[in-house]
Design a binder for this molecule. Structure first.
Ligand SMILES: [Zn+2]
Length: 132
């Protein structure tokens, strides 16, 4: 009898632990969905030039980044970003193609242009890691 009680105690504890995690997972899921925005962070010579939201950006948008280092023509479509034309020497930046995954980068070394795909969700996760 006492063994049975212990077994049930154990099961109840496990159930309670699972229940206590449900609001956390549910809450986290809600927040994650609301804030998961993907951005293209564009820096020139190490300084922030522009940050462009990619989430929901399906229609084609074209603009140029014209700095003292040179000119790059940027296209945003289908939630991704690409350098479609550049007056740099190597044209490596044009070969990157469309990037839209968090962590992707496009680099134009002659123009000191650096485009990184980031999400504000990853940013808050990184801040958590720093905080702990
Ligand atoms: Zn280039």
């Amino acid at each position: 009898m006492s063994i049975k009680l212990k077994k049930w105690d154990y099961i109840i504890i496990v159930i309670l632990i699972i229940i206590s995690f449900i609001p956390y997972v549910f809450f986290k899921g809600l927040i994650g969905e609301k804030t998961a925005q993907v951005y293209a962070y564009i820096t020139v010579a190490g300084e922030l030039y522009n940050e462009i939201p990619l989430t929901g950006q399906v229609s084609r948008k074209e603009f140029s980044i014209d700095t003292k280092y040179g000119k790059n023509t940027i296209v945003i479509k289908n939630e991704s970003i690409a350098v479609v034309a550049s007056d740099c020497k190597d044209h490596i930046c044009e070969d990157f193609g469309y990037k839209g995954e968090v962590g992707d980068v496009i680099v134009c070394l002659p123009h000191q242009l650096y485009i990184e795909i980031k999400s504000n969700e990853t940013m808050s996760k990184n801040q958590d890691i720093i905080a702990y």
